[in-house]
Write a protein that binds this ligand. Structure first.
Ligand code: UDP
Length: 462
């Protein structure tokens, strides 16, 4: 239950409904409020989607009220309570299933809600899992889990992940939390996810064949063929109104944002957003803002201050940053209509934390990327973009900074590194042009990616 997981699942619901499936989405009230207008629009066009709500037991799990999505947690030290609350949703969901007529052909669930394995067993309903990651990342994690190679190296030692189509190297400190845990101990929940993953009937992936074909093929072998690539799901927010409201109420007027973009040169603007969950330390925020300023390109910068908002805002006004850059910069404090912005022709580069949704949204928009991975499997996605697809340039982040540990950030990315990555991506010379061409080619490849959906639907008999 986090934007990076629920947003693509809502798109997936629309995609399935568009293919004639009757879809029921089960969410908690705060998440329902975020998505109801998009669902209402889909229903108004004749799609068969309904939204059922179950109460979120925040209080029983020791959470402040309103913490129904990971991005609402006042501190990531509440993650254990958050997972505990999600575990309490099993019984209310089963009560819904008893009454649901006709009984579902399958349940598609986020794989992190591991008790759905037990529920699907009980009700004899096939369970398809979704975890929002690329196939590239899922294959790497599978290889790490079974080879345990990361346990044989020292934390900063570079090693190659075994049995992959390419030579892919990491240090242990760049790996996702399961292989490189942080201070918030959620290892038991993660172990449960691995255990129940193997019991699933199949896997849906937000990706498309041409993007990572060799990795999809390998992953399919592991999963007995039952892996369906049904992305890019963001393309299913297919008009400006859907895009403007995707994921949450935007903090900027969509029209005002588009007007500003209209008045910039094509391909000239950098869009910088580090996802829904990451919170840069004030020091690192200053470097990011200064790197954008030094680059001399117009920019849109999304600010998610979290607990450090005041400090960040103080710097923005005391340093004169906002005043100095007001002619060529827009600051969005809160939720940005990301897909709407990325699809505008004035955007020329995407500075991203490499969350998989953002990465794929950048790819779908045909954009070269400036990569600043922070946590989870983001270093894996960076590798795909920079090394395999060759459409990105890194700012030089070296190790994972787990959620809630921003103050321990040892990466200390510098403004000059950010400026230089932006310049490389925006460069008009041969290398920059080749990178842009490769990015554009990917945008073209993904047209018509939904044939796998028909396959999935026919197998399940929906
Ligand atoms: N997103 C958005 N506006 C924001 C921040 C995020 O629309 O201000 C969307 C973004 O388009 C993507 C999702 O939220 O679909 C974030 O998922 P991702 O996997 O990129 O990163 P996470 O937030 O999980 O770290």
């Amino acid at each position: 239950m986090a934007p990076g997981h629920i947003i693509p699942m809502i798109d997936m619901a629309k995609l399935l409904a568009k293919h004639g499936v009757s879809v029921t989405i089960v969410v908690t009230p705060l998440n329902a409020a975020r998505f109801s207008s998009v669902i209402d629009r889909a229903v108004a066009t004749g799609l068969s989607i309904r939204l059922l709500q179950i109460r979120f037991p925040a209080e029983a799990a020791g959470l402040p009220p309103g913490c129904e999505s990971a991005d609402c947690l006042p501190s990531y030290h509440f993650l254990r309570n958050f997972f505990a609350a999600i575990n309490m949703l099993q019984q209310p969901l089963e009560e819904i299933l008893i009454d649901l007529k006709p009984s579902p052909s399958c349940i598609i669930c986020d794989k992190h809600i591991s008790w759905t394995a037990d529920t699907c067993n009980k009700f004899q309903i096939p369970r398809i899992i979704f975890d929002g990651m690329s196939c590239f990342a899922q294959l790497i994690m599978h290889r790490l889990y079974f080879s345990k190679i990361h346990e044989t190296v020292s934390p900063s030692e570079l090693f190659a992940v075994p049995d992959l189509p390419d030579k892919i190297e990491f240090t242990k400190l760049q790996l996702p939390g399961y292989f490189n845990p942080g201070s918030v101990d959620i290892g038991d929940f993660r172990e449960q996810v691995w255990k129940t993953e193997s019991q699933a009937y199949g896997v849906v992936v937000n990706s498309f064949e041409d993007l990572e074909k060799r990795y999809l093929d390998e992953y399919r072998k592991i999963k007995g063929g039952k892996v369906w690539s049904i992305g890019p799901l963001s393309l299913f927010s297919n008009d400006d109104l859907d895009r403007a409201k995707r994921g949450n109420q935007a903090s900027i007027d969509a029209e005002q944002c588009l007007n500003w973009l209209e008045n910039r040169e094509p391909g000239s603007v950098i869009y910088a957003c580090l996802g829904s969950l990451s919170r840069l330390s004030p020091d690192q925020f200053v470097e990011l803002a200064s790197g954008l300023e030094l680059s001399n390109h117009p920019f849109i910068l999304v600010i998610k201050g979290g607990a450090k908002s005041e400090e960040i805002e103080k710097w923005i006004s005391d340093s004169g940053f906002e005043e100095r850059t007001k002619e060529r910069g827009v600051l969005i404090r809160g939720w940005a209509p990301q897909v709407l912005i990325l699809s505008h022709p004035s955007i020329g580069g995407f500075l991203t934390h490499c969350g998989w949704n953002s990465t794929l949204e950048g790819i779908s928009a045909g954009l070269p990327m400036i990569t600043w991975p922070i946590f989870a499997e983001q270093f894996l996605n960076e590798k795909l973009v920079v090394q395999i697809l060759e459409t990105g340039v890194g700012v030089g982040a070296r190790v994972v900074i787990h959620l809630g540990e921003e103050e321990k950030d040892v990466n200390k990315v510098k403004r000059d590194e950010i400026k230089s990555a932006i310049e490389m991506v925006m460069d008009e010379g041969e290398k920059g042009c080749e990178r842009r061409k490769r990015a554009k080619r990917l945008e073209k490849w993904q047209r018509g990616p939904w044939k796998r959906v028909d396959l999935l639907i026919s197998i399940l008999g929906c």
